[in-house]
Design a protein around this ligand. Structure first.
Ligand SMILES: [Zn+2]
Length: 214
């Protein structure tokens, strides 16, 4: 059953992300769309190392729990609002990786300087305006910051990625963290050089339409 497959996939990705060091303790959250009206999301306050498929909550876009007996992540409104606003999004990952958090606390966008990040995100990673975790305002500011992009920084908080598969959302999380780290290093050598919008557009188009075995 699709519900169970998605719950399994989220639980195993949670373990992989925990092993990566992107999230310490129980912070961060993962969700995946099941169909037009349902998605599955990680529970609140359970360490990813120990998470099982049964801990993953299946919920509808009106907020009713369909399956699972745990309390969903505090960021449920954030995930739910993005699935409602963007029908093409099928997976969302929110992480607290260190270099993305550095940009989040400085409230600075990650500039369009690394080609891989430009290809996979579509340009610089914008900062969503600060609102408290779990608030509807945070959800709306994240949707604005995600316009035309697959990732955004949540101010004073961390990174959010949104894609058409869990694997792609995790790959974006990894590439953005690597790029954030590289920009911080470059800042010790006079700063990174940003690419032009036409170069950004070319690389994004290449990634979407020609990259890999297409
Ligand atoms: Zn968080």
């Amino acid at each position: 059953m699709l519900f169970e497959e998605i719950r399994n996939n989220i639980a195993s990705l949670g373990k992989e992300i925990a092993a990566s060091g992107f999230n310490l303790g129980t912070w961060g959250n993962i969700s995946a769309r099941i169909d037009d009206d349902h998605f599955a999301i990680t529970p609140s306050g359970i360490a990813y190392e120990t998470i099982t498929a049964e801990d993953i909550i299946v919920i509808d876009l009106a907020g009713n729990i369909i399956k699972g007996n745990k309390k969903p992540s505090i960021e449920l409104p954030l995930h739910s609002a993005i699935y409602k606003a963007k029908k093409n999004i099928k997976a969302i990952i929110h992480t607290h990786s260190v270099c993305c958090t550095a940009f989040a606390i400085a409230r600075k966008p990650i500039p369009a300087v690394c080609e891989d990040m430009i290809q996979i995100v579509g340009g610089q990673v914008e900062v969503a305006e600060y609102f408290l975790p779990g608030s509807n305002e945070l959800a709306l500011s994240a949707i604005t910051a995600l316009k035309g992009k697959t990732a955004c920084i949540l101010a004073n908080h961390g990174l959010l990625t949104a894609a058409d598969t869990l694997d792609e959302a995790y790959k974006i999380s990894q590439i953005v963290e690597k790029s954030a780290q590289a920009v911080i290093y470059a800042n010790s050598m006079g700063g990174a050089i940003e690419l032009s919008q036409s170069d950004v557009d070319f690389m994004r188009d290449f990634y979407l339409n020609q990259y890999g075995q297409k």
